[in-house]
Design a binder for this molecule. Structure first.
Ligand code: AMP
Length: 819
């Protein structure tokens, strides 16, 4: 708008390295994953074309029938023509149905599904206090939301991971600047003049709307629902959508009028669009003489500190500074919940780099990543985003430079590690008309949710614009003698001094003062601000004619400059260093948008045990889950409560967020309650020496001793191991026993003292060992059966039939060797 596979540790399981080949899920619990439908295929345009052709054919055949009837043609001839007409109508309605299908997936019934899905997610989020409308008891304020306890925890986890993934990994310099910003800063950056959206008003009620949103809604509605759109109209509307961001107030107003768009709530006529500045204005101090604004982004705080940060970094480039903080935008008519709000958390990185060298030392680390990219060529051709290898996109010049590409790759890793679905994440390049004039290349990380594709992270190469703007801004202060001007530049020492020609412009304040009195200052500034070409042209004119007409924009008129008023010379100088304004590459993260999309991507429903209701689950990865585990005493019992408290202490010591649920409710209900806020692990206390840990998604359980439990949960919660790793390492202990059992095959197997005492295997397991040839006991409710391959086919499925407790059959060749 402005200016315009989990990390899995090296396995501790001996199986990982040598034995595990295939896991055949024989029995899997059903779950109804209520995910929103995906985007349409590309055939919509073709189908519209076909439909138009078929309809034209129907019309002309109908005309032919009419003519035959009018001239009194033979019945047989008329019948043939009528049959042809019927056949054409059937073909037309078939194409119409296919088009309807495609549109439904995109908008029609798909939109209803998406709306229902969103309602389910939002209801759960609000009911479980992830977030609520701010000031609710006073009926709330549009675009302002409070995060409740689980929401705060998710946000804190996302920000902690952001710091780890970016600030720590890249040695970024983090700063924390005020939200209240003096006007002069935002004047220099261009926000005071241009941080606007075009607004229209309901002419009768005065209700305000964003003009581009009204046009966008109209166009989308037409494309999704109007089957009778001609190909020309369809192309026109698609084009309007593509250039929407680039329309001037006049063009936007003309389109609203042309399409007859009125106020959505009242159908009243609308005013012409006019710019509305989105910044909240304030004044700093009691006098009211010092205007200021609540910052609309955090970036300016970094730019104005560039000089000090550069020094802090040992006067070396490249380096990056980062800031997390609140941003404020007085959005015209905020809709879409957390996606468009008036106060939100931004996390921004400003990576300063030499404009002559935008390579990145760590680009190789991300070059092989492959994900959905949507370059402008594909957008203009009306195609869909397609998977591309990042390295190729940079080498082919689709992404402008390595540093920009590096950050695209790092953003991809960040979002997917958080739990954003790879299939619903794409990187869309800005169209040329979308980018600010100074920007070199911009890509948005867009995440698909029930509202469509949403820009969540903007990654832009902003060239040297920002630092130049503040250099000019602070020079302006210097000229007004309020403060020293600060050139926000970097230096590169030459190995040997080099000789350069420098243009020197020296206005004579005395002569200018005599000639122009009070205007002298403005004319001096205008002369100093001349470009090299302008200065050389003036020098030539002064030498040949002795004077020249010079336009002074600030005065709004031309003045006559004479030879004695300014000296322009070219001097040779030795230079020891190159002085330049660094370019800025800026990834800018809307934290609320990322979190909302994460909520949608993690939400699903699954049937309860009795299958009579659907239970909500947030499958947050442990990294972002608001609480890492819950502790439940299985039944109300003093001893178990005491054990739960001991476990709680060890979890606290290990830094694991948790809650104890000692309500007498059934265990099933307590699981459902924690699944609904996305707690990944539940510890059930059913003994005073060992407990079970249950995984939220698979519902698998393992048994561990009280002393180990905090460490095990910490390992998975911190991402050092996955749940699968934990299952395997527990299995590995058993597997060693299995091997021993295998070696002692025969009567020895029956001796509980040899085996059951070592592994705690149950009688069932021992029986299985006897019958199947090999053991696989895993914990209380899970059993694993290990078989050589030739056994697998004939015995594996049979065993499952006989022993419904068996969840998986594994093929483990190294153990086959032992057999
Ligand atoms: P921008 O400076 O407009 O490119 O915005 C930077 C990021 O802030 C965007 O990528 C969004 O994720 C986020 N953002 C912008 N405006 C809003 C808003 N009104 N509410 C929530 N997030 C926003």
């Amino acid at each position: 708008m402005f200016l315009s596979t989990r990390i899995s540790s090296a396995s501790k399981s001996p199986f990982k390295s040598k034995t595990l080949i295939t896991l055949l899920p024989i029995f899997r619990r059903s779950s109804t994953a209520a995910a929103p439908p995906m985007e349409v295929s590309a055939s919509e345009e073709t189908l519209r074309g076909n439909l138009a052709e078929k309809r034209a054919a129907v019309d002309s055949q109908a005309e032919a029938v009419r003519k035959l009837k009018a001239v009194g043609a033979e019945n047989s001839e008329i019948n043939v023509a009528v049959d042809n007409l019927k056949a054409l109508k059937v073909e037309a309605s078939a194409v119409s149905r296919r088009l309807q299908d495609v549109l439904s997936r995109n908008g029609g019934s798909g939109a209803t599904d998406r709306e229902a899905f969103r309602q389910a997610v939002v209801n759960t989020l609000e009911r479980r206090l992830f977030y609520v409308a701010s000031f609710k008891i006073y009926r709330g304020v549009a675009g302002l939301y409070d995060y409740g306890p689980p929401g705060c925890a998710v946000k804190a986890n996302v920000l902690a991971f952001w710091r780890q993934h970016f600030v720590l990994e890249e040695n970024m310099l983090e700063v924390d600047c005020p939200c209240v910003t003096p006007e002069i800063v935002l004047k220099a950056s261009g926000h005071v003049e241009k941080f606007t959206d075009l607004m229209v008003k309901d002419e009768k009620t005065g209700t305000c709307y964003r003009a581009d949103h009204l046009l966008k809604d109209y166009c989308k509605d037409k494309l999704e629902k109007d089957l009778s759109l001609s190909t020309e109209k369809f192309t026109e509307i698609k084009h309007v959508l593509a250039v929407l961001d680039d329309l001037s107030a006049e063009e936007l107003g003309a389109k609203l009028k042309e399409y007859g768009i009125t106020a959505p709530d009242t159908k009243n006529p609308l005013s012409d669009p006019y710019p509305f500045n989105l910044m909240f204005q304030t004044s700093i101090g009691p006098s009211g003489l010092s205007p200021g604004y609540m910052r609309p982004e955090t970036a300016q705080g970094i730019f104005v500190n560039f000089k000090d940060l550069y020094y802090y970094n040992g006067n070396r480039l490249p380096f990056a500074a980062a800031q997390i903080g609140q941003a404020f935008r007085n959005e015209i008519s905020p809709r879409q919940g957390l996606l468009r709000v008036r106060e939100f958390t931004l996390a921004e990185i400003e990576h300063f780099v030499d404009p002559k060298d935008k390579s990145h030392a760590k680009f190789v680390d991300v070059a092989d990543l492959e994900f959905l990219m949507f370059p402008r060529e594909l957008q203009l051709a009306g195609e869909l985003a397609k998977p591309m290898v990042l390295g190729e996109a940079v080498w082919k010049g689709i992404v402008n430079n390595e540093t920009l590409g590096y950050f695209i790759g790092r953003v991809y890793l960040f979002l997917t590690h958080l739990g954003i679905d790879k299939e619903r994440l794409r990187f869309r390049q800005h169209l040329l008309n979308e980018m600010a004039h100074y920007a070199v290349d911009c890509w948005d990380a867009e995440i698909e949710c029930s509202y469509g594709w949403i820009e969540c992270v903007g990654i832009a190469d902003r060239s040297a614009y920002d630092l130049r703007a503040h250099t000019v801004g602070s020079n302006f202060l210097q000229r007004n003698q309020e403060k020293s001007g600060v050139p926000l530049v970097a230096h590169e020492k030459y190995p040997e001094p080099i000789e350069v020609e420098k243009l020197l412009i020296t206005p004579s304040k005395k002569e200018l003062g005599l000639a122009f009195k009070g205007n002298q200052k403005m004319i001096t500034e205008a002369l100093e601000a001349m470009t090299e070409a302008e200065a050389l042209e003036m020098k030539a004119a002064l030498e040949s004619k002795g004077e020249i007409e010079f336009l002074v924009c600030n005065l709004g008129k031309s003045v006559s400059i004479k030879k004695n008023m300014v000296s322009i010379s070219i001097e040779k100088k030795k230079e020891h260093q190159r002085v330049f304004t660094p370019s800025v590459i800026e990834p800018s993260f809307g934290i609320g948008r990322i979190i909302y999309c994460l909520f949608e991507h993690c939400f699903y429903t699954r049937p309860s045990k009795s299958e009579d209701e659907q239970l909500n689950v947030f499958r947050f990865p442990p990294l972002v889950a608001p609480i890492k585990c819950t502790v439940f005493p299985l039944i109300k019992n003093e001893k178990f409560d005491e054990t739960a408290k001991i476990i709680s202490k060890s979890l606290t010591a290990a830094g694991i967020s948790h809650i104890i649920d000692i309500t007498g409710t059934s265990i099933g209900k307590r699981y459902a309650r924690t699944d609904e806020i996305g707690v990944p692990f539940a510890i059930t206390v059913d003994s005073t020496t060992s407990v079970t840990i249950r995984d939220r998604d698979s519902k698998d359980q393992i048994r561990v001793s009280i002393d180990e439990v905090a460490l095990v949960v910490k390992e998975v919660a911190d991402g050092q191991s996955t749940w699968a790793d934990i299952m395997w390492s527990s299995f590995a202990v058993e597997a060693d026993v299995c091997r021993i059992i295998a070696l002692f095959e025969g009567s020895d197997l029956c001796r509980p003292s040899d085996h059951d005492s070592m592994s705690g295997t149950s009688t069932l397991t021992t029986r299985l060992a006897l019958e199947s040839g090999l053991v696989g006991r895993i914990r209380d409710t899970s059993y694993v059966l290990i078989l050589p391959r030739w056994h697998l086919a004939c015995f594996g499925s049979l065993a499952v039939l006989f022993y419904p407790e068996i969840r998986s059959v594994l093929f483990v060749p190294a153990i086959c060797g032992l057999l």
